[in-house]
Write a new protein. Structure first.
Length: 554
């Protein structure tokens, strides 16, 4: 335990500071009399004084040192600095000294060009020096959180305290304060530097430190900070930023629970089950959504390695597609076992109904894609946009989703980032609410933002249809926008919807389609290869009538 480190520093401000100087070491909470240190007053040459190796402060503003130098020049040096013989502590020559307390005074005297400085020399031990510089620095208001954390870490590593709890007791701080500061040291150097420079407040850095072990997440969070400074004029409050960090981490990861939308199968499918080795490679962490108070927000296991997640989920989707094809093949083989006429009719009717439903779903989803594309490319008139927005606001059904709405990514933030919307001068720069920020967007950009957001809700590139627009409304909107479906067929023939449309057919139907399209294939070709060959030839063909004029199944 370090003697003399029990000064309480809660509510620290200017206690212990005096005119034109640092707090002298006998006012920093370290009682030299109790240690019976013999002090020798000397006027030492400034060139003989080495910097204290335990000094936590790294930045001394020039303006601050210049003001102190002016005070010393006018009033003289009121308090001496404290030093100790540098030998044998630092391994340098014996006629030099090591600073214990008074770095600002020493810098100010050097700035004035003085050759000597009033000093008190004492045989301080390393532990005593650490106690003095740490308590002195804590009593000053300008010590950065990282510098404070490094001083805490140095004291613990040197054995002055067993851990954060004992150190907090010695310094009169809360254990949580010390632990939170130490946690900041887990951040990479580039973020620590921003905390030291006050670019990122310590209260905000504490939220970032939760994801210090994931470089990919830290990169996304830093991008979010840049976005907030550029378009909001600064960072929000610590509480709001804490939720923002969770949202950014949530959006930059992939869920390990629930189901996801499959473009090929046209429905939600279960997630893959990772092996132990894959779990390690996925970089699994617990993330809260950040949309609700933490008391109501349960942490969710999510993967930080999104590339591996996409690969494993694609393999899962391929397995499910293969299983569906296998079931269809078995059903076809079962039909060859001479079923009764009634069974045959029932199976044919069921197969025809399933095919009709699948074709209808592809036709509707195809139009959803085209409507979303028309919004993104700004091919929607202001009048039609007004109609869409009015319907979106009026219809409660618009907010049913294929997944859990609470698990959706923050569409508004992504939209604003994609459109690079800028608030006009004097408005919205310091607002944290979405509506307040939208009010600050230039009028000429607002139409683009609304169109882009509608596109994300009607058909999301990854998650499919987000807003549950009824099929009849989709057809009406497509007609109102005069969508060119034939041109879209040729442009997007290799897309997942075309592949999904082909996979609805059994092998016999694909062979017949290949013959009508002039594609070289036969009954011995596997279905996946047959679908791939037909995809390549689809652009040269006219779009199927069942997609141009879909018939709703009974």
């Amino acid at each position: 335990m370090v003697t003399g480190m029990k000064t309480k520093t809660k509510g620290r401000g200017k206690r212990g500071q005096r005119k034109n100087g640092d707090a002298p070491c006998n006012t920093t909470g370290y009682n030299r009399k109790s240690e019976r240190i013999e002090l020798l007053p000397l006027d030492l040459e400034v060139e003989r004084i080495e910097r204290c190796p335990f000094q936590p402060r790294e930045h001394f503003p020039d303006a601050e040192i210049r003001a102190l130098a002016d005070a010393i020049a006018g009033q003289g040096q009121i308090h001496p600095i404290a030093v100790r013989p540098a030998f044998p502590f630092s391994g340098v020559q014996a006629d030099r000294f090591e600073l214990v307390d008074g770095e600002r005074r020493l810098r100010a005297v050097k700035l004035l060009g003085w050759k000597t400085i009033r000093s008190e020399v004492g045989p301080y031990t390393d532990a005593q020096v650490r106690a003095i510089v740490l308590t002195t620095a804590l009593q000053r208001a300008d010590l950065s959180a990282i510098e404070e954390a490094r001083a805490f870490r140095a004291a613990i590593d040197a054995g002055d305290a067993d851990g954060p709890t004992q150190l907090a007791t010695q310094l009169g701080l809360s254990q949580g304060h010390v632990s939170n500061r130490l946690r900041l040291l887990e951040l990479p150097e580039r973020i620590q530097a921003k905390v030291i420079s006050r670019e990122i407040p310590a209260t905000h850095a504490r939220s970032i430190a939760r994801y210090a072990g994931s470089p990919a997440l830290l990169k996304k969070i830093e991008e979010g900070i840049v976005f907030a400074r550029r378009y909001h004029g600064g960072l929000p409050s610590a509480q709001a930023f804490d939720g923002d960090v969770d949202r950014m981490a949530y959006n930059a990861t992939r869920t390990m629970d629930g189901r996801v939308y499959s473009h090929k199968l046209g429905r939600n499918i279960p997630l893959f089950t990772p092996t132990d080795e894959q779990r390690d490679a996925l970089g699994l962490i617990e993330v809260t959504q950040g949309y609700m108070p933490k008391s109501q927000n349960k942490p969710e296991l999510r993967a930080t390695n999104t590339e591996l997640w996409e690969k494993l989920q694609a393999e899962q989707e391929a397995r499910l597609v293969a299983q569906a094809e296998k079931r269809s093949s078995k059903a076809a083989k079962g039909a060859k076992e001479k079923p009764t006429a009634a069974e045959t009719r029932a199976k044919e009717a069921a197969r025809a109904e399933k095919l009709a439903q699948g074709i209808w779903a592809v036709a509707i989803d195809w139009r959803r894609v085209l409507i979303a594309e028309a919004c993104r490319t700004e091919q929607v008139s202001p009048e039609d946009l007004t109609r869409l927005l009015f319907w979106q606001a009026f219809s409660l059904d618009a907010w049913r989703t294929h997944g859990d709405l609470d698990r959706r990514e923050d569409q508004a933030t992504d939209t604003l980032k994609a459109r690079r919307a800028r608030p006009r001068r004097g408005g919205g720069s310091d607002q944290h609410g979405l509506f307040a920020f939208l009010c600050g967007i230039e009028d000429r950009h607002m139409l683009k933002v609304a169109l882009w957001q509608l596109a994300e809700l009607i058909w999301h590139p990854t998650d499919g249809p987000v807003g549950a627009m009824p099929d009849e409304v989709v057809l009406q909107v497509a007609d109102q926008l005069a969508l060119d479906v034939p041109a879209a067929w040729k442009k997007n023939a290799a897309g997942p919807l075309t592949e999904r449309w082909l996979n609805l057919r059994n092998k016999e139907a694909l062979v017949a389609l290949a013959q009508s399209w002039g594609v070289s294939t036969d009954a011995n070709t596997a279905k996946p290869q047959m679908v791939a060959a037909l995809l390549k030839a689809a652009k040269k063909q006219k779009p199927p009538a069942e997609l141009l004029k879909p018939k709703r199944p009974k």
